[in-house]
Design a protein around this ligand. Structure first.
Ligand SMILES: O=P(O)(O)OC[C@H]1O[C@H](OP(=O)(O)OP(=O)(O)O)[C@H](O)[C@@H]1O
Ligand SMILES: NC(=O)CC[C@H](N)C(=O)O
Ligand SMILES: [Mg+2]
Length: 505
């Protein structure tokens, strides 16, 4: 679930893009990149594997000159974790274009062949985002004029929408033109736009995956980019926007609210924090109704995302809420780490149980979601070892039984702990005395109650319905063959040395 940002400023944007990426870090911890345009109309690029604070040293920041730029933090969900697939990507024709993408395309293989056969374009990596950039470039190339008009750019994006399938929120720069941003026709991945007034009443614009990036830079949220809509901000600050899809509908990803987004973000007019409070309220009510005879002494969240929901559950159950785990602030999110053994080790390094809160007690642990069960298994073992009597577990999201194809790394159903298991079997597999999941209808209500314009959410991991179409058993099988845990390790090694267009050190 990568994070993207783009700024058209009146002064150097390198530091602002860096700062925005640091607050989007929770969306991707594997790689980071920034591109700016310097005063000779050249792209300046720095990208590498690692956290934002490690990728950009002072000398890189000095090289990233110019008032217009884009940035990306990566959580790989296609291709490999190789640095050659860090973003933004670049093509030199037409004009010189660079692009950063959050999401996942679902017809990448067909598109890769198509760009080669029809457009004679070579894509050097296994990244779906590099394919997307080439499709966009090819559509822009069909206009003979220079510079392109806003309408030219919008009609290129209209064509892109009809060619590519899947989820995408993109930011791009076209040399000699400006910043372009667009969102897929279902609005699966989030994208917001904001502005900031600087000296002489000049206006700077910013687009970003989450509103929190606008907040910390004092940009005012204007609105969400609509599903299917494109935004074009010229390099001298003229804003154009247009709906570029003939068939657009709001189907935002439900998992942004469950886990991915920061609670202080407003996405699609819905406060992520408020939705998590509601999830806690609804799940608390379900527990109160269905577990009347279960003796709970204390409610304890599994930090960090579940804390808001757990507090509300404790309030509804009228039980004490305690921070029973201490979180190591130097270990990031474990779910978005690339590989099962890294994830498992990191849960241990990240969370430690405070014996005093567990010894001799019946505890209700709360997590926002249970995906592979890595966290729950480790945590349950840990709390038993510090003397918990009974351990109950509540998940603020329902059972996850289906793969995700839109930018969350859950490509293989059999790797999911709930796959082919009943709730009792899942409880047994992770070692809980009792287990309860949120109902999907309650989860949906927790989000849609805040915005009456959103009637649907993209819920495929829960219900197996893929709104974009084209996802059948053979697609899922080929995804499994490409991206199962064991396969991913191999692909990453193979792609290690493909770095081109990158300054490296
Ligand atoms: O069942 P699993 O496969 O373990 O995945 C689910 C867990 O992973 C996430 O935590 P993470 O550590 O990534 O981040 P957090 O600190 O934001 O909760 C999520 O909040 C769950 O705790
Ligand atoms: N999670 C994402 O948004 C990833 C973007 C892109 N599919 C990649 O793997 O780099
Ligand atoms: Mg967690």
């Amino acid at each position: 679930m990568c994070g993207v940002v783009g700024i058209v400023g009146c002064s150097a944007v390198n530091q602002s893009i860096y700062d925005a990426l640091t607050v989007l870090q929770h969306r991707g911890q594997d790689a980071a990149g920034i591109v700016t345009i310097d005063n000779q109309n050249r792209f300046r690029l720095r990208k590498a594997n690692g956290l934002v604070k490690d990728v950009f040293q002072e000398h890189h920041m000095q090289r990233l000159q110019g008032n217009l730029g884009i940035g990306h933090v990566r959580y790989p969900t296609a291709g490999s974790s190789s640095p050659s697939e860090a973003q933004p990507f670049y093509v030199n024709s037409p004009y010189g274009i660079t692009l950063a993408h959050n999401g996942n395309l679902t017809n990448t293989d067909q598109l890769r062949n198509k760009v080669f056969q029809l457009a004679k374009r070579h894509v050097n990596t296994n990244s779906d985002s590099e394919v997307l950039l080439n499709i966009f470039a090819n559509e822009l190339d069909k206009f003979p004029t220079f510079p392109l008009t806003a309408d030219n750019i919008f009609s290129a994006i209209h064509n892109v929408h009809s060619i590519i399938k899947g989820a995408y929120a993109c930011v791009a720069i076209i040399i000699g033109h400006g910043l372009v941003a667009f969102r897929d026709p279902y609005g699966i991945r989030p994208l917001v736009i904001g502005k900031r007034v600087v000296e002489n009443q000049k206006v700077e614009y910013m687009v970003a995956s989450e509103s929190v990036a606008l907040d910390i830079l004092d940009f005012e949220l204007i609105r969400d980019v609509e599903p299917g809509e494109a935004i074009y901000i010229t390099q001298d600050g003229q804003l154009h926007s247009k709906q570029c899809s003939d068939n657009y509908k709001y189907y935002p990803c439900i998992f942004e609210y469950v886990y991915f987004a920061r609670p202080d973000s407003l996405i699609n007019g819905v406060s992520v924090y408020q939705s998590r409070i509601e999830m806690g309220k609804k799940l608390g009510e379900k527990i109160a109704k269905e577990w009347q005879n279960v003796d709970i002494d204390v409610v304890i969240p599994i930090p960090e995302t579940s804390c808001d929901a757990a507090l509300e559950i404790a309030r509804i159950l009228n039980k004490p809420y305690r921070q029973g785990f201490v979180k190591n602030r130097y270990v990031g999110r474990t779910f978005i780490m690339p590989g099962q053994s890294a994830r498992r080790l990191s849960v241990r390094r990240k969370l430690n149980a405070n014996r005093i809160e567990f010894e001799g007690k019946n505890v209700l642990l709360v997590d926002d979601s249970i995906v592979r069960g890595t966290t729950s298994k480790e945590i349950l073992e840990m709390v038993r070892s510090v003397g918990a009597k009974k351990v109950y577990l509540a998940s603020a999201a329902p059972e996850i039984r289906h793969p995700n194809v839109y930018g969350i790394d859950m490509p293989v159903a059999s790797e999911l702990i709930a796959y082919n298991r009943t709730v009792d079997e899942i409880a047994q597999a992770i070692g809980a005395d009792k287990l309860i999941f949120q109902d999907l209808s309650d989860l949906i209500d927790s989000i849609t109650e805040q915005n009456s314009n959103i009637h649907h959410l993209e819920c495929s991991v829960f219900d197996g319905i893929y709104v974009t179409g084209g996802i059948d058993d053979s697609y899922l099988l080929s995804l499994e063959q490409k991206r199962s845990e064991s396969k991913k390790l191999r692909t990453s090694k193979e792609s290690e040395n493909l770095e081109i267009y990158n300054e490296g050190q």
